[in-house]
Design a protein. Sequence first.
Lengths: 116, 113
Amino acid sequence: AQSVTQPDIHITVSEGASLELRCNYSYGATPYLFWYVQSPGQGLQLLLKYFSGDTLVQGIKGFEAEFKRSQSSFNLRKPSVHWSDAAEYFCAVGPVLIQGAQKLVFGQGTRLTINP
Amino acid sequence: NAGVTQTPKFRVLKTGQSMTLLCAQDMNHEYMYWYRQDPGMGLRLIHYSVGEGTTAKGEVPDGYNVSRLKKQNFLLGLESAAPSQTSVYFCASSYSSGTDTQYFGPGTRLTVL
């Protein structure tokens, strides 16, 4: 079955430290992969997406992610986090056929806490 | 350009009451979606629409109905609310296929007592 797993429910890092959030997927072909961020009390905002080409994808707010087919992973990274990066991060994979139409499937999310 | 808006932001219902959540988008998107977000479960798709006048079931459609009478609006209805429907509801839209970037509204926090 097509799915996405975010192994870490909650991660805490210090401000200025590097960050890596893990995302593993199960998919039969080359997937479309997304990272979204949800700030407290807000909706989700797209950080970056991958569907072909260069496996290292640059996104907004200084984030990047690397598609590794051999590991079925699409981990999100940032060299130096800021307090404003505290949020929940969702990985998504698609297209997944649900009820006859193509959709995205979201992971369970990783909550990021930043220590001052 | 407001993007995706949702009304209301918060609501408390008693079991058995009904309500309608309104989603509006001003980006001329064809696809619209309703998700619910519960702790530890990520986002789950309730219903979606691929264009004006069309609706379809997602992963967790039971207890909900939807309508898309106008392209810019997507309504989510709860006919008889249950405590299990306590959740945060998000609307999203995308230009075309399910793999296009989805734009999300700010969410509606619903509590059913």
